[in-house]
Write a protein that binds this ligand. Structure first.
Ligand code: FES
Length: 91
């Protein structure tokens, strides 16, 4: 796996996908044919908010509070990445 990339495990669909350095989670899901809500794609609107079941997101949104970021319960998948090698998402 190239440095900076990570994997996502989708518990509902059973997919395990790689997100490379220059991709967003949202792009990878779309490329795989998984339809998820989105709108602004800039971390502002909250449409793409996704529950995180395990792993540590690298929050890049402008919407959540620092406390919400620290709790790591949800993330905006249009712009945020991962600090851990894998994220387990409720998708
Ligand atoms: S699509 Fe708006 S925050 Fe992700």
């Amino acid at each position: 796996m190239p440095s900076g990339s990570f994997t996502i495990t989708l518990v509902k669909s059973g997919h395990r996908l790689t997100v490379s350095t220059h991709e967003t989670i949202l792009q990878v899901l779309r490329n795989t044919g998984i339809d998820v809500p989105s709108s602004c794609e800039q971390g502002i609107c909250g449409a793409c908010e996704t529950t995180v079941l395990a792993g540590e997101p690298d929050h890049q949104d402008l919407l959540m509070t620092p406390q919400e970021h620290a709790e790591n319960k949800t993330m905006m998948i249009c712009c945020s990445g991962a600090l851990s090698d894998n994220l387990v998402l409720d998708l």
